[in-house]
Design a protein around this ligand. Structure first.
Ligand code: LMR
Length: 329
């Protein structure tokens, strides 16, 4: 009888503890700039599901997609200030924070495929890059893929000459600035949330993005040509406010780490197919013509763009570029 009472009391205590968790959970605000229906958007929601399940409601993850909460630049500041706890910015957006090395991922034609890229993101070079964030009060948890970028414009882009004089929207990366200049175009840095309107109103003539971003932002409505150039990579570092993460109860942090590990695998498993599917969606829209390059045309673009590696060596570090070449064989 007494044992029963004690058991009952223990159960009641456990229930009230989980009710207290649910009533007063630890909140992780996860802000991002793309649509839910993209590799990053889906992975963020998957992380939310796993994190809430595994912590049994002790953690609540609020995902804010589509720049609802913050645009590119503000979201970094908000993370450092602790107004939000988690982000997954493109690797092309860490320069303004003072971590220029991530711009190595923007070097045109540095990766031929996802396997080569994963040797870097899943190996020691990737880990050492994430470490560089710690002095900024940020912890890097993982790399999530999006994919290879395609050029788009109001005209078909096949050869370097086609880019001459075009205003091309870029992310905040000096490597991308150099890339567009190497083609004779004029780079214009612009927040992701402003790109559709920029293209629509003619503030810019063209841009580059993986197909998943192109399609889900409806850029096919305002860009009549999409060249399947696969000339560069766009992916993400999932980052958190370090004091917040370090202050979590260790058991909760372990559950979140395991949720992040599985969400990362999910993100990287779906990214390629998502982008291939969105190339088909663009094609089916009938609004944007898909431009395929011949091997010779792609080689000419590559020839024009590879000098950017040397040009940017001082900024990114020659040693880092060499170690990426080594990893990717
Ligand atoms: C862009 O600004 O083009 C991308 O970084 C958006 C994103 O997060 O994929």
């Amino acid at each position: 009888m007494q044992r029963r009472t004690m058991l009952g009391a223990a159960i009641a205590l456990a229930l009230s503890a989980s009710a207290a968790f649910a009533a007063n959970p630890i909140v992780i605000k996860f802000s991002h700039v793309v649509a839910n229906d993209t590799p990053k958007g889906k992975a963020a929601l998957y992380f939310k599901k796993l994190a809430e399940e595994r912590t049994k409601g002790a953690v609540k993850v609020e995902v804010y997609p589509n720049s609802q909460l913050y645009k590119d630049k503000e979201e970094m500041e908000a993370l450092q200030l602790g107004a939000i706890q988690m982000l997954a910015p493109s690797l092309a957006k860490f320069g303004p924070l003072g971590v220029k090395e991530f711009e190595a991922f923007d070097l045109p034609f540095i990766f031929d495929n996802y396997d080569e890229l994963h040797k870097v993101t899943q190996g020691p070079v990737g880990a050492s890059l994430l470490k560089k964030l710690e002095s900024k009060g940020i912890l890097g948890l993982a790399y999530w893929d999006n994919g290879f970028k395609q050029f788009s414009a109001k005209k078909p882009l096949k050869s370097p000459a086609d880019f001459k004089g075009l205003k091309m929207r870029i992310q905040s990366s000096k490597v991308l600035d150099a890339q567009m200049r190497a083609l004779g175009s004029i780079p214009q840095q612009m927040a992701f949330s402003e790109v559709y309107q920029g293209l629509q109103t003619g503030v810019v003539d063209g841009t580059e993005n993986p197909a998943s971003n192109f399609y889900t932002q409806k850029m096919h409505e305002v860009q009549p040509y999409l060249t399947l150039s696969n000339h560069g990579y766009l992916g993400y570092a999932v980052i958190v406010n370090k004091p917040f993460w370090d202050g979590l109860p260790p058991a909760v942090r372990a559950q979140l780490d395991s949720a992040m590990k599985d969400a990362t695998k999910y993100a990287n498993d779906i990214a390629k197919a998502e982008n291939e599917g969105d190339i088909e969606n663009v094609r089916k829209s009938g609004k944007t013509q898909i431009v395929n390059l011949t091997p010779a045309e792609r080689a000419a673009l590559k020839q024009a763009l590879v000098p950017v590696h040397k040009q940017m060596a001082d900024r990114i570090g020659e040693g880092l570029i060499q170690s990426i070449y080594k990893e990717t064989g």
